[in-house]
Design a protein around this ligand. Structure first.
Ligand code: FES
Ligand code: FES
Length: 625
């Protein structure tokens, strides 16, 4: 495409560059001008991380063509305060602790600046409205809104500048507010995530992904891609010098598909080129021929005899089965006055961290393979890479770049091996940055699970036996499934003293996107089932759900069903304080609610969930924040 001259003022300085007319403003700012405080989280106008001012108006630069800003006055976060200094709003974010991973914060500061410029006396609701186009996945909005209110008060004179200063701790170590030492780099956008890093001579990588859930690769011809000017290499499984298999527990995943693909989104080949656009265009030119294979998407079907086999080494499609036994459940059920059986299901969940996966790899001057990536598991990744690359461990270096949100999703290795292969093949630094679509397609999700629960109880509510069977969809590769199943099994019966327990958690291979670690690591699925089941039992017994839990709560010295002796158990205190704070109205769930205005008054039947008994919050502001 013929290039056009683009002229604009950026952060007060004139800029003149020849650009392609279809270049987005975010790419122009980041790639051409190296103004990386402007982040790209979604590329679709949804997250606000790319916000900049164009002629004073706040715009999302991922949705704006660079040429549309021709002749405009553009201000990025780098131009909000003079170099090395912070604006009042940035200082307020620092003071309020309004930054965690920091990836959303540049966009938040821009949106806050726009809001307070529009109305220096903006109230909480207007501040929320002004920041409504910006998403944060980890700080929580409360501190961000607090920060904007603080900045407003300082800017309009209602508070003095000293309100932005550090709290004096007068020598205290406990109970004093301590400021995050990394906050200034986050609120100014100076912090460089892996996708912001560059090196001289750097190449860009794009991964070609499978559009088939289960297929044999008949042929792969990269010649058309290689013929495109600017393409330096096409990387395939043939480029793996060492052992081709990785995974946190079972090393079942090839770096790039070897012989067949097992899910939509699996990496098949990678193109390395002088820029990301060329790499993307060339990847589409790789000629791939598939032969489709039978698929299975339901874990229970995958365990049936005759189901399609995902991995030869596991003909029953089981990644891992964790059986736990304590006492004798049949005996417990025989002594029970009430037996309640139910099945619970949970869905796959995407982590949706704002920083998409990215990495920069290079061979350093000593021939050490060096990889910067936002990994949550760098030591394990390093060991796996050493085997894949057939390099001694002291020749592999993983450097954890700032993690722009992970929530467990960056524990499983995805692209680091491909980057290293690209470096080995080109002997040049190589960078890879996922698009949001690619991140969702390729990254592991929270395990969807089906949990069968059978509980036997005495008339008084004492749990005498619990039998739990969790079938979890592990997807196409093992990733963290084994660990997740272990944790789920350990926590499956909840924090309750039960004499007879039988637990089976089974992770199963299917042709779905792999499942992996996510906050709570398997515990959440098990606890959702346990707590839902206790509510069902309370309703059937005509008992107060909190009383049922207190009756069965573990106490100091309890031994769990995995034989761990607990020295200090605060469950009872926790439940009692939560009930008091929530205004819990005791009683069986089918008769509670008579005195409650939040449930439409007399005769309203409360659903059998503890959440339903929470009083409507008096402070609407807090509940919405
Ligand atoms: S709104 Fe532009 S990157 Fe998300
Ligand atoms: S701090 Fe907002 S996304 Fe992490």
């Amino acid at each position: 495409m013929t290039e056009t001259i683009l002229r604009m003022t950026v952060n007060g300085r004139p800029v003149e560059k020849a650009v392609s007319p279809d270049l987005r403003l975010v790419d122009f700012l980041r790639d051409t001008l190296d103004l990386t405080a402007t982040k790209e989280g979604c590329g679709a106008g949804e997250c606000g991380t790319c916000s900049v001012f164009v002629n004073g108006a706040l715009v999302k630069s991922c949705l704006t063509m660079a040429m549309k800003a021709d002749g405009a006055d553009v201000v990025t976060l780098e131009g909000i305060a003079r170099p090395g200094a912070m604006s009042v709003i940035q200082k307020a974010f620092h003071k309020a602790g309004a930054s965690q991973c920091g990836y959303c914060i540049p966009g938040m500061v821009m949106a806050a600046t726009a809001t307070l410029r529009r109305n220096p006396n903006a109230g909480r609701e207007e501040i929320k409205e002004g920041l409504g186009g910006n998403i944060c996945r980890c700080t929580g909005y409360q501190k961000i809104f607090d920060a904007v209110e603080l900045a407003r008060d300082v800017l309009n004179g209602a508070a003095s500048e000293s309100a932005l200063e550090e709290d004096g701790d007068e020598g205290a170590f406990i109970g004093a507010n301590v400021r995050r030492i990394d906050a200034p780099s986050k609120v100014t956008g100076a912090l460089r995530y892996a996708g912001d890093m560059t090196m001289s001579g750097m190449l860009h990588m794009h991964i070609l992904r499978s559009d088939r859930p289960h297929a044999r690769i008949v042929s792969l011809d990269p010649s058309r891609a290689m013929a495109i000017p600017g393409v330096e290499a096409v990387v395939t499984c043939d480029d793996v010098p060492g052992e081709d298999g990785f995974g946190v527990f079972v090393e079942d995943q090839p770096v790039l598909a070897r012989g067949k693909v097992r899910f939509v989104g699996e990496a098949v080949a990678a193109v390395v080129a002088v820029d990301a656009r060329t790499a993307r265009r060339a990847a589409a030119e790789i000629n791939l021929v598939y032969e489709d294979l039978p698929c299975v998407f339901d874990p229970e079907e995958a365990m049936q005899p005759g189901a399609p086999v995902i991995h030869e080494y596991a003909p029953d499609n089981r990644v891992k089965h964790i059986p736990l036994r304590k006492g004798n459940v049949e005996d417990g059920f025989a002594k029970s006055d009430l037996i309640v059986e139910e099945t619970y299901t949970t869905q796959a969940i995407e982590h949706a961290y704002l920083e998409p996966e990215a990495g920069l790899a290079y061979l350093d001057h000593d021939g050490v393979m060096t990889i910067h990536s936002p990994s949550q598991n760098i030591t394990h990744h390093r060991h796996m890479l050493s085997k894949i690359l057939a390099m001694p461990i002291n020749k592999v270096r993983m450097i954890m770049s700032p993690v722009g949100g992970g929530f467990g999703g960056k524990e499983d290795m995805i692209y680091q091996g491909i980057l290293a292969l690209a470096v080995l093949k080109t002997h040049r630094p190589v960078r890879c940055v996922f698009t949001r679509e690619e991140s969702i397609l390729a990254s592991a999700k929270r395990h969807p699970a089906r949990i069968g629960y059978k509980m036997g109880l005495s008339r008084e509510g004492k749990i005498l036996a619990s039998e739990i069977r969790m079938i979890a969809d592990g997807g196409a590769y093992g990733c963290s499934t084994e660990g997740v199943m272990r944790k789920a099994a350990i926590l499956a019966a909840g924090p309750y003293a039960i004499a007879n327990v039988k637990v089976d958690t089974i992770g199963v291979y299917t042709n779905n996107t792999p499942s992996g670690a996510m906050r709570s690591f398997g515990a959440l699925q098990a606890e959702f089932a346990t707590e839902s089941h206790l509510d069902m039992c309370a309703e059937k017994l005509g008992m107060d759900p909190i009383a049922l839990r207190l009756l069965n709560a573990m106490e100091d010295g309890a031994v769990t069903h995995t034989q761990q002796k607990l020295g200090s158990v605060s469950l009872r205190r926790c439940l009692e304080e939560a009930a008091a704070a929530a205004g819990w109205e005791p009683g069986p769930s089918n008769v509670r609610g008579g005195a409650r205005g939040d449930l439409d008054g007399p005769g309203t039947r409360a659903p059998a969930t503890p959440g339903a008994a929470l009083r409507a919050r008096e402070n609407e502001e807090k509940s919405c924040a």
